[in-house]
Design a protein around this ligand. Structure first.
Ligand code: SF4
Ligand code: SF4
Length: 438
């Protein structure tokens, strides 16, 4: 029997907009803007020049630091600019702009159907590194790093996170159903990389179809598929590891410090694409949804495609948009421009009208304690928020565990005074950036 985690909330999941909508491929845009920083760690270093012609899948930015990631062209065409652009990750980033030639032509020599079971672990790890794969659930951590832990880390369990607990988002759900074989292959490759036998797939019980197909597909592999009671933020790494293994990540530590590696569904599909067919991380499935989108969809989008092009592909707006969010409503970031590119970590674009956005005015904290009860980490969100407003950021870090906040938004969700708890916490964290957990 799996125990649940403390706190958490049960928001309406709004997944019916797109849960049954098949993944569609978005046609190539006239231009793609590809940031060299789409990941935790140092930005990639451009290796192309303005005027160069590139092919789809071609390496365009090298990874030269210990923690960083490679970046590739997502279509064929001409490099027309290399400059700082607005981005959906880290606000601004140096980016390589490619004007499409409309041919979407692959670089030559792509391997097809490699037999990964016969490949050496080091070869597989090298492929994952060179494919530029990062955590696509929003963590953006370079995946090769996670899949190259040596025996000293004593990793004994690998978890596949199929929770997708953020309301509205269904990209991982559709991948589990439509690309089941790739999910199985990618996860088995991860187990091989880490020389681990114990693999667990955690899926919330509001996705019975995914549980059914994955249970069938993993039969005979030794991997266990577990249906978990639906509760937000089940998909947060700390919560999922606690629920599936009973282990807790101590404050300031990482999953690997307790012998566990967690991977997201989109990431594992990218691993299968790279290792079997040599396809680097040049596209991802993104859910475009919300009450203000004319035709909500799950879309396979080339990295670098603008939010505007993606929304236009969904028929544009059905109502005047009030709020556009990169990601889901709980952990996503509000955006004020559509001229930003989809990057590797964009799992969803949510567009809400005024009818779907809360209009309650923020008021003073009434010390009701609901935020404390909802916090899955055991923090005191009301205090963190107040300290942030008073610019007492160091005190928030040293005395109230600020840096352990996973920004799940459960506190703000239950707050009757509609206080900007998460924004305040993010602000305080930015003021304590030098103390961020590595
Ligand atoms: S304080 Fe942080 S971890 Fe706790 S509920 Fe709020 S956002 Fe989530
Ligand atoms: S839920 Fe809101 S009003 Fe209640 S204690 Fe927390 S911050 Fe204050």
């Amino acid at each position: 029997m799996f125990k649940s985690f403390r706190g958490g909330v049960h928001p309406n999941d709004y997944k019916s907009y797109t849960a049954n909508v098949h993944i569609e491929k978005v046609p190539v845009s006239k231009k793609v803007i590809i940031p060299v920083s789409q990941h935790i760690g140092a930005p990639g270093v451009p290796i192309v020049n303005i005027g160069d012609r590139v092919k789809k899948g071609q390496l365009i930015a090298k990874a030269e630091a210990p923690i960083t990631s490679y970046v590739h062209a997502s279509t064929s065409g001409k490099v027309t600019d290399i400059a700082v652009y607005s981005s959906s990750y880290r606000d601004k980033s140096l980016a390589i702009v490619i004007e499409s030639d409309g041919l979407d032509q692959w670089m030559p020599g792509l391997p097809l159907n490699r037999d990964w079971e016969k490949m050496k672990v080091e070869e597989i790890q090298g492929i994952i590194k060179e494919a530029g794969i990062v955590g696509m659930g929003g963590a953006n951590f370079p995946t090769h790093f996670k899949l190259s832990y040596g025996p000293e880390k004593k990793i004994d369990t690998v978890i596949l996170n199929g929770s997708e607990c953020e309301p509205y988002l269904t990209s991982d759900y559709r991948l589990m159903i439509e690309e089941t074989e790739k999910v199985v292959t990618g996860f088995r490759i991860a187990l091989k990389c880490l020389n681990v036998k114990r693999g667990i797939v955690g899926v919330e019980d509001n996705k019975p179809e995914a549980i059914k197909v994955l249970t069938e597909a993993f039969k005979g592999t030794g991997v266990e598929v577990v249906a978990l009671p639906t509760k937000y933020p089940q998909g947060a790494e700390r919560m999922l590891i606690k629920v599936l293994t009973g282990r807790e990540i101590p404050a300031g530590k990482r999953h690997s410090d307790i012998g566990v590696v967690g991977l997201n569904v989109s990431t594992i599909v990218a691993v299968a694409n790279a290792v079997v067919n040599g396809i680097p991380a040049i596209e991802r499935v993104t859910t475009v949804t919300g009450d203000a989108i004319k035709e909500p969809k799950n879309l396979l989008v080339k990295i670098g495609t603008s939010f505007k092009d993606v929304i236009d592909y969904c028929g544009g707006y059905s109502k005047t948009p009030k709020k556009i969010i990169n990601g889901g409503p709980m952990m996503g970031y509000a955006q004020d421009s559509l001229e930003i590119p989809v990057v590797k970590g964009v799992a969803g674009i949510l567009v809400l009208s005024k009818d779907a956005v809360s209009h309650d005015e923020k008021s003073a904290c009434i010390r009701c304690g609901r935020c404390v009860k909802a916090c899955p980490i055991g923090l005191v969100p009301s205090m963190l928020s107040i300290l942030s407003e008073r610019d007492r950021h160091e005190e928030a870090r040293e005395s109230y565990g600020l840096m352990n906040c996973i920004e799940c938004g459960s506190c703000a969700y239950v707050c009757p005074s509609k206080r900007n708890i998460v924004q305040n916490i993010r602000y305080s964290k930015s003021k304590n950036a030098a103390h961020a957990h590595k």
